[in-house]
Design a protein around this ligand. Structure first.
Ligand code: 5RP
Length: 227
């Protein structure tokens, strides 16, 4: 199976976690896009969706799914999203698609986080994928120095083609940080969150996944974490 077929398989499997009559949280990226396409087929079963990015909102609307403002929602039954890496405890690196802040916000109000990923995303230890950190633009150099002090090698994410900094939906920039030793993802998430100028770090460890649907050549494997 190709990587895209594995993504499609986990996106289909995630439909089993949709709670009828409720609002669902929807992530961002190519795997989440396949999920949105599946959601479009059962759209009459849900009340609407909270989107984690403008791109996701547009795709949901293109399927005729109501996009609901998070401020109009108290809690969400399930949040479905991809990951750049996930470890054996359900901790993830996210933000390859630059949507990490809204993803973390929507996940934070969701009772269940269902991660959908092809098998290449499962790692023994997080950190081979450079860690995305969304920052306030004026703080790029100041935050970079702090990340270097933590052992990382930050690089400002640029738009391909223009070579201008990529600007997120929130008006932030992204630093992609290679070389970090992520022995303790919860501690590193807390520590990077504490740097002045950081909007969000793409470590999802304090609130990791509850379930991971992993696409493999032998089918979709379900991993559950925590209680
Ligand atoms: C976007 C994300 C995505 O979930 C992550 O980058 C995985 O993307 P894909 O499903 O395209 O592999 O965190 O900010």
């Amino acid at each position: 199976m190709t990587q895209d077929e594995l993504k499609q398989a986990v996106a289909r499997a995630a439909i089993d976690y949709v709670v009828d009559g409720e609002i669902i949280g929807v992530g961002t990226g190519s795997t989440a896009n396949y999920f949105i396409d599946e959601l479009g087929k059962i759209k009459e079963r849900i009340k609407g969706a909270v989107a984690s990015s403008e791109a996701t909102a547009a795709r949901l609307r293109s399927h005729g799914i109501d996009v609901v403002d998070l401020n109009d929602v108290d809690s969400i039954s399930v949040y479905v999203d991809g990951a750049d890496e996930i470890d054996g405890s359900g901790a993830m690196i996210k933000g390859g698609g630059a949507a990490l802040t809204r993803e973390k916000i929507v996940a934070s109000v969701s009772r269940r986080f269902v991660c959908i990923a092809d098998g290449s995303k499962l790692v023994a230890r997080l950190g081979a994928f450079p860690l995305p950190v969304e920052i306030i633009p004026m703080a790029a150099n100041a935050v970079s120095r702090q990340l270097q002090a933590l052992g990382g090698q930050p690089r400002l994410r640029l738009n391909k083609g223009t070579n201008e900094p990529q600007v997120t939906d929130n008006g932030g920039y992204i630093l992609d940080v290679a070389g970090l030793d992520i022995a303790d993802p919860v501690a590193l998430e807390t520590s990077i969150n504490g740097i002045v100028g950081v909007i969000t770090v793409g470590l999802f460890a304090r609130r990791g996944a509850d379930v991971c649907l992993l696409g493999t050549g032998d089918g979709v494997k379900t991993m559950t974490y925590g209680g």
